[in-house]
Design a protein around this ligand. Structure first.
Ligand SMILES: NC(=O)c1ccc[n+]([C@@H]2O[C@H](COP(=O)([O-])OP(=O)(O)OC[C@H]3O[C@@H](n4cnc5c(N)ncnc54)[C@H](OP(=O)(O)O)[C@@H]3O)[C@@H](O)[C@H]2O)c1
Length: 286
């Protein structure tokens, strides 16, 4: 059987790296992405050392849509189809609202606009697979989110927690919308699901946010309950590999089980607004 081709974003560290190394032991061809070239190359070398030579690496800074678009072009130049897109890359930032050079709030750009644009640009490759899966990393932090749809990039309501939680809520809405569009267009060979990994403290995610005193306190308190990296990678791996979820689409998974999202964190109108906003923001690259 030919190898499934899996693209993992944010494979240079922790959850994404664990996912890449696990898949490398199986019948998978991997394209690994990271922002930092040295960290990404180190994972590439580990995969080769495992005996899997079907691996390539592409680095890109996903805070910039222009970089995401160039990255998608490089993927298209490498493979004729794609079986799995795992949107895992993500970031969490500090107390000050930061803008990218393209004018977007940084958390929103990396956690929301990048997976939106990458998914859009790579859909034609995924549709060429006999059976493709799009899996996107969210977070239980969506539960701290209170949507502010007239200030989507938090110009007047920024806090690092709100920016992170909202990016992880909106990315779930967007993935639902992708699933709905595929269904409406009778595309049956591509599924779209969202996952949350539990809580693995002290990954690179807290590099910047971990300097905030309230975050430090929270991390100290919860350290004892922290999940291991293999446990945090398990649900994503399950959604990528398991035959149990063949054909399942538009769902949210955690701990390898489907999770019901309380209706207070869902709004059809909100989902439509975020979808339209993302389309406008990325228009130049579509
Ligand atoms: N750890 C948790 O408890 C937890 C909980 C809920 C959700 N999550 C989500 O799980 C995913 C993985 O998190 P993690 O804990 O493994 O964090 P991590 O150790 O910081 O890994 C994040 C990955 O995303 C990449 N990345 C970050 N910013 C980027 C950018 N601007 N452009 C391109 N790539 C970028 C990183 O690349 P570099 O190595 O090059 O920086 C790294 O490969 C994230 O989406 C995160 O939000 C994690």
């Amino acid at each position: 059987m030919s190898k499934k081709i899996v693209l993992i974003t944010g494979a240079s560290n922790e959850i994404g790296k664990e996912t890449a190394l696990e898949l490398a032991k199986g019948n998978y061809q991997l394209i690994i992405h990271g922002r930092n070239p040295e960290r990404t190359k180190a994972v590439y070398d580990e995969i080769i050392a495992l005996g899997n030579h079907d691996v390539s690496m592409i680095t890109a800074d996903f805070s910039l849509l222009s970089e995401v678009a160039k990255f998608a072009d490089k993927v298209k130049a490498q493979v004729g189809h794609l079986d799995v897109l795992y949107n895992n890359a993500g970031g969490q930032f500090g107390e000050e609202r930061e803008l990218t050079s393209e004018g977007h709030e940084k958390t929103f750009a990396i956690n929301m606009l990048a997976p939106f644009l990458l998914t859009k640009l790579l859909l034609p490759l995924l549709e060429k697979s006999a059976s493709a899966r799009i899996v996107t990393q969210s977070s239980e932090s969506y539960q701290s989110a209170d949507p502010i749809l007239d200030d989507i990039e938090l110009e007047n309501h920024y806090s690092f927690g709100a920016a992170y939680g909202l990016s992880k809520l909106y990315v779930w809405w967007i993935m639902r919308e992708f699933a709905e569009h595929l269904k409406e267009n009778n595309v049956q060979n591509v599924t779209v699901n969202t996952v949350e990994p539990g809580t693995a403290l002290s990954t690179g995610l807290q590099r910047i946010s971990g300097e905030i005193p309230e975050m430090q306190k929270l991390m100290d308190e919860y350290q004892q309950y922290s999940w291991s990296i293999p446990d945090a990678a398990a649900t994503g791996l399950y959604m990528i590999t398991s035959s149990d979820v063949e054909g399942v689409s538009g769902k949210f998974y955690g701990d390898k089980k489907e999770k019901e999202i309380d209706s207070k964190w869902y709004s059809e109108n909100g989902q439509e607004q975020i979808w339209n906003y993302c389309n406008q923001a990325t228009e130049k690259y579509l």
